[in-house]
Design a protein around this ligand. Structure first.
Ligand code: GAP
Length: 516
């Protein structure tokens, strides 16, 4: 089996080679953790956003959308807690000069050193004992496993306490006491741990009270909170109702690795659902299920799981991640948070504006509670690409085994829906007919016309782009107005009348299949 690292490298180069993603400012040697989307990437990104927006706004009478500004009043970030608490603990290695997040360093140590040892013992024993193997019994009695489990629990306890108490000295002690080394140099020479605020600051003329520092928003959610009453009043929504938004967010991540998984400029799709206090857990469960189904519709065979948060953020009374198995392991794809009335209450205090909702059903007014669903567009993009890119063994025209690279993106999300290919470039009857078909279908689907290279090569290129259908125009087309229609996934080819094409392929390409 191919190593996970190699699979990921292949994915990154495929994204570049086929015009999905380019490093930002590449001709200037790039800008770390910032990326540009190419012609196919921007189409896929738009389709992902459209799928999310339709599933939220179009399908729910009680969810409406907004598009708030990136720049906001600086006090908003004080009220939200970002100025004081949106920090990551940072540590440098003195020898390698590499910078790390202290918490990630500890988590990686646990996963790579302790968990791996435990799993190795368990797998060895499973092989030795065969069917009679009792895993729970083994884990609780094997001396080496017990010792490692106790060690892990000790580290976790000290780590959690240090994080909860914001105690940077204690956090450094966890690293030093456990002999955690720099993954790059193997050195144990660490600086002190310092808190690092992740917001990008910039200057804007004079704002309130002489302050001139404003921030690039680190999440889109606050634009929704501060517009809560504007939206509720103008759309006459009654609780429960939601506000959805798609937009850019910026975080000065200490360590931004893993391609578009962790970026400094990225895009979020967030929905805040405003509910009556006391009903939030019911809605939290409902949104967990709804969001998981949304993911499964796109990639039914993908590995997805829930991961409850151990440490809750300052604003939440419940939080869960939907994790996806990326080539580098299970990681957060989306967060679902029960945010209580923290944000609205805090904005009410800081702005001195009442943010109450009068509930006619109970004849009372209150600050609503909020259940949030929050997903990164780029992370969803990476999940889709990771799941879709496959090397497949197939037979060539002569019956020899060969490998085709195919992007099995859900047809409704695929950037190009139909490729129109005249069999021979030099035959004007064929190219003319192909253009005619292109001009007919382009109003319904994103089409691509391609006449360069042999037909087999063109099919492979469309497979690699992820185009669900190829239409080939040949001599028979001129005689009887039929074409060959090739399916990306099965590679099956059928003969079909030009007049029947649109109806035949429309169903599979329609977003409704996903939304239903
Ligand atoms: N409003 C809540 C919020 O922003 P979060 O867990 O910090 O919560 C939500 O972020 C989602 O945004 C994540 O699940 C992830 O998909 C995406 N995200 C967060 N930071 C990101 C980054 N640096 N690069 C790409 N996507 C990111």
């Amino acid at each position: 089996m191919e190593k996970a690292q190699d699979v990921f490298k292949k994915l990154i180069s495929h994204c570049k080679e086929y015009g999905y993603i380019f490093q930002s400012s590449e001709i200037y040697d790039g800008l770390s953790a910032v990326y540009d989307y190419g012609p196919y990437g921007s189409e896929l990104k738009n389709n992902i956003k459209n799928y999310w927006w339709s599933s939220m706004v179009k399908l729910h009478e009680n969810i409406v959308g907004i598009d708030s500004a990136i720049f906001m009043h600086p006090t908003i970030w004080k009220a939200s807690g970002h100025v004081d608490a949106f920090n990551d603990p940072m540590i440098d290695n003195k020898d390698s000069k590499k910078r790390y997040r202290a918490d990630t360093l500890i988590e990686d140590f646990i996963a790579n050193k302790i968990d791996k040892k435990i799993n190795k013992e368990v797998e060895k024993a499973r092989k030795r004992f065969g069917e009679s193997f009792d895993e729970a019994e083994f884990i609780s009695t094997n001396p080496r496993v017990v010792a490692n489990t106790e060690k892990k629990q000790g580290i976790m306890a000290a780590f959690t306490k240090a994080m909860e108490e914001d105690d940077m000295e204690a956090l450094k002690a966890v690293i030093v006491d456990n002999g955690i080394v720099c993954p790059e140099s193997g050195s144990r020479e660490w600086t002190d741990v310092r808190q690092f605020n992740l917001m990008f600051a910039t200057k804007m003329g004079a704002i309130a009270e002489g302050a001139d520092t404003i921030y690039l928003r680190p999440e889109t959610a606050q634009g929704i909170f501060v517009n809560f009453l504007n939206v509720q009043k103008t759309t006459r929504q009654k609780i429960p109702f939601g506000i959805a938004q798609i937009g850019k967010a910026f975080r000065n991540e200490i360590v931004a690795r893993q391609f578009i998984f962790r970026m400094r400029e990225f895009e979020q799709m967030e929905m805040q659902f405003f509910v009556r206090p006391g009903t939030e857990m019911e809605w939290y469960e409902k949104w967990k299920e709804t969001r998981m189904n949304w993911h499964k519709a796109v990639s039914p065979d993908a590995k997805l799981k829930f991961h409850d948060h151990d440490n809750l953020a300052h604003y939440a009374n419940a939080a869960v991640d939907i994790e996806f198995e990326f080539p580098f392991g299970f990681k957060e794809l989306e967060g679902i948070h029960s945010r209580t009335d923290f944000d609205l209450k805090s904005h009410q205090e800081h702005s001195n504006k009442k943010l109450h909702y009068f509930d006619p059903e109970i004849n009372d007014s209150y600050i609503p509670y909020v259940v949030e669903t929050s997903i990164g567009v780029d992370r969803m993009f990476l999940a889709i690409m990771s799941n879709a890119l496959q090397d497949e063994e197939v037979l060539d025209a002569k019956g020899n085994k060969t490998t085709r690279v195919v992007l099995r993106i859900h047809p409704a999300l695929a950037p190009v829906k139909v490729a129109i290919l005249p069999l021979v470039k030099k035959d004007e009857a064929l190219t003319g007919k192909a253009r005619e078909i292109f001009n007919k279908l382009k109003f319904s689907f994103n089409c691509q016309y391609d006449e360069k290279d042999a037909i087999g090569k063109r099919y492979r290129r469309q497979d690699a782009i992820g185009t669900p259908y190829c239409i080939t125009i040949d001599q028979q087309t001129i005689d009887d107005n039929t074409v060959t229609l090739r399916d990306r996934d099965s590679m099956e080819q059928i003969r079909i009348a030009i007049d029947a094409l649109e109806e035949h392929i429309a169903d599979k390409l329609d977003m409704r299949a996903l939304l239903a």
